[in-house]
Design a binder for this molecule. Structure first.
Ligand code: ADP
Ligand code: MG
Length: 264
């Protein structure tokens, strides 16, 4: 008998699911994020657009602490972190346990799927719930099966990633991110590595997640899609937010218009 799984109800808090305040990030001398502030309300979708190299991936990676900002603050659910450095240059105020706890609340879907090739589809999806959250295999499997069903990949649970199309791999990666039951789901150009005929199957899954009220932050070059699903659109230009607001406002902003539809 398999254990049944009901997803936990989403909290109906008025506070933002995630708030970044004045994030600064350098790589050596290069200042990639120059004081970025961003809030994502519970149950809404925010899309980030901007040229290559503008810092979009770095911003997402800071939001789930794959990168550590040099300065600034990040509040995830009810937990806030302020980033500063001590004289040795180490980031102060974030221990390992806190890092792991915060990472479990914000999960990411990558452009290149990043599935573990040596694990089956189900193995990929249950790994983090078992290892990071300490769930039993049985419980993680019930959750994993639920989300594989959700993305239409339940019938391939025993397949290995190499035998799946890019679109299928990305749907598994989405199930893997959902299986952690995060407060915020991040997508970094989730369709950019796909064959054109596979793009829509992945956008369809993301659209369904938006419709059911998932809190998401999405970097994409699919402008029509961004316009359609986003409650908030952010235009990032050289490490700064140059425009943000409703899709309509941002697409109408002259700075952003030059990016979205350069004058012929
Ligand atoms: P985007 O996703 O908008 O294309 P990125 O956040 O990937 O932009 O990169 C922003 C800038 O930071 C680029 O100039 C890139 O070369 C640089 N960069 C990103 N990651 C690193 C890194 N790990 N080390 C050094 N430079 C990096
Ligand atoms: Mg990028």
């Amino acid at each position: 008998m398999t254990a049944s799984f009901e997803p936990s109800p989403r909290p109906q808090a008025a506070a933002p699911a995630v708030a970044a305040h004045h994030l600064i990030k350098h790589f050596g001398d290069l200042e990639v994020l120059k004081g970025v502030s961003l809030e994502v309300e519970e149950g809404t979708v925010t899309s980030i657009i901007g040229s290559s190299g503008s810092g979009k991936s770095t911003l997402l990676r800071c939001m789930n602490l794959l990168e550590r900002p040099d300065r600034g603050e990040l509040a995830i659910a009810d937990e806030a972190i302020r980033f500063t450095r001590n004289p040795q240059g180490d980031i102060v105020g974030l221990d390992r346990r806190q890092l792991q706890r915060l990472r479990a609340k914000v999960t990411m879907v990558f452009q290149q799927f990043n599935l573990w090739p040596h694990l089956s589809v189900l193995g990929n999806v249950i790994e983090a719930p078992m290892r990071v959250k300490g769930l039993s295999r049985r419980r993680a499997t019930a959750i994993g099966e639920h989300y594989l069903e959700r993305v239409g990949m339940a019938d391939r649970r025993d397949a290995y990633p190499a035998f799946l199309s890019g679109g299928q791999q990305q749907r598994v990666a989405i199930a893997r991110a959902l299986a952690m039951e995060p407060r915020l789901l991040l997508f970094d150009e989730p369709t950019s590595a796909l064959d054109p005929e596979r793009v829509n199957e992945v956008l369809g899954v993301i659209r369904d997640l938006a419709d059911e009220g998932r809190t998401m932050l999405l970097v994409t070059h699919e402008m029509h899609f961004a316009r359609e699903v986003s409650d908030q659109l952010v235009y990032l230009d050289q490490g700064r937010i140059a425009a943000s607001g409703s899709s309509q406002d941002v697409f109408d902003d002259p700075r952003c218009r030059r990016f979205v539809a350069p004058a012929a």
